[in-house]
Design a protein around this ligand. Structure first.
Ligand code: PHE
Length: 343
């Protein structure tokens, strides 16, 4: 027996349909498009009425819920349509021009979740007295590596899988080159954060993508110590995550800082007890940091006998994945409106 495929949208397709209805409703900009919406979606021959007629093709056990959902969708948009502020235009007639009447809705966008997190991070550091600096996405080998104490052929270069454009030009693998550019332009005290997009030639998966975003931080002055690094990042974490957040500092290695550390923050979801987001450890890895290496200060023409500094780097995607409980980093780059509308 060959069953012909049922031509009725199954429950899953109803979700897509309600998205479409919302998009069409949001696209109403004038009386003509309002009427087109009414005919296409709410009219006797409209999509939603049409669906109800097809209910006999839906498998028996799904009919009730299918019918209920279609009716609900129809009622929702009938109500939205009838109570839209621009309906006032209809009642007064086009001839009576009343500038006080509400206008047709203007489709509004919203900030991408990554930009939201970036802005939150930026605002906290700006309130602590940091300024914001930017640098180019295409960098020279000098700024991306050499000036940051990755000499040619040094194995540390392999820490960051690099996209080379030419032998000496790369897509920057981190925002640290902006440290050097800032030191070239400014004299201490320097207090800057540098947000930006970075690129790595990594295999694309749920956890890693060929591009992502970082916020770099740099603080250089007389007598800047490791305690300042700790204090600044603790103050940041308490404002960003939770008033009582704790930090765990682990030794690490970066060529441009000495000593180098990685900083874990106490998991803001389970408060350190252990949950699926922190993989039962109670801690989240979110930051790389350290005291600026004297050779890096020298690249920026800053005398390391007189000045010291700290630097740190935060991965924006990582924080956004954790904060919003998102399972796949690729969602951030696909620009699917169903994903973006949730923020
Ligand atoms: N640039 C480092 C990275 O991308 C992060 C970092 C920045 C570490 C500043 C220490 C200081 O991995």
């Amino acid at each position: 027996m060959s069953d012909s495929p049922i031509a009725v949208p199954p429950a899953a397709q109803l979700d897509a349909l309600s998205q479409k209805a919302e998009q069409a409703f949001c696209a109403i900009t004038d009386a003509t498009s309002a009427e087109q919406f009414r005919i296409a979606w709410l009219g006797k021959k409209g999509t939603l009425r049409g669906l109800l007629k097809m209910i006999r093709d839906v498998p028996e056990e799904q009919r009730r819920s299918f019918g209920a959902r279609v009716n609900e969708l129809h009622d929702t948009y009938e109500e939205k349509f009838a109570s839209a502020p621009w309906q006032e235009h209809e009642h007064t007639g086009a001839a009576a021009f009343d500038p006080a009447l509400p206008g047709f809705p203007f489709p509004q966008g919203s900030l991408h979740p990554l930009m939201k997190i970036r802005n939150e991070i930026r605002d906290i550091f700006v309130s602590m007295g940091f300024s914001v600096a930017y640098g180019p996405d295409i960098e020279t080998d000098y700024y991306n590596f050499e000036a940051l104490n990755f000499p040619e052929f040094h194995p540390a270069r392999d820490m960051q899988d690099t996209f080379f454009l030419t032998a000496t030009r790369v897509l920057r693998t981190h925002t640290s080159p902006v440290q050097i550019r800032t030191m070239e332009l400014e004299r201490p005290p320097i207090r800057s954060i540098m947000p930006g997009r970075v690129y790595r030639n990594e295999e694309i998966s749920a956890r890693s993508y060929c591009l992502f975003h970082q916020v770099e931080g740099l603080y250089i002055d007389r007598n800047v110590s490791f305690a300042d690094l700790k204090g600044t990042l603790l103050a940041f974490s308490r404002r960003f995550f939770d008033d009582n957040t704790k930090l765990k500092i682990r030794p690490s290695f970066f060529p441009f800082t000495e000593p180098s550390v990685e900083i874990d923050v106490e998991c803001f979801l389970c408060k350190g007890k252990g949950c699926s987001i922190c993989k039962q450890s109670g801690w989240l890895e979110v930051l790389g940091a350290g005291m600026v290496h004297p050779r890096v200060l020298a690249s920026g023409n800053i005398d390391s006998n007189e000045f010291t500094g700290f630097a740190f780097g935060i991965g924006i995607e990582r924080i956004a994945l954790l904060k919003y409980g998102i399972e796949d980093i690729r969602f951030f780059f696909e620009n699917d409106l169903r994903f973006l509308r949730q923020f």
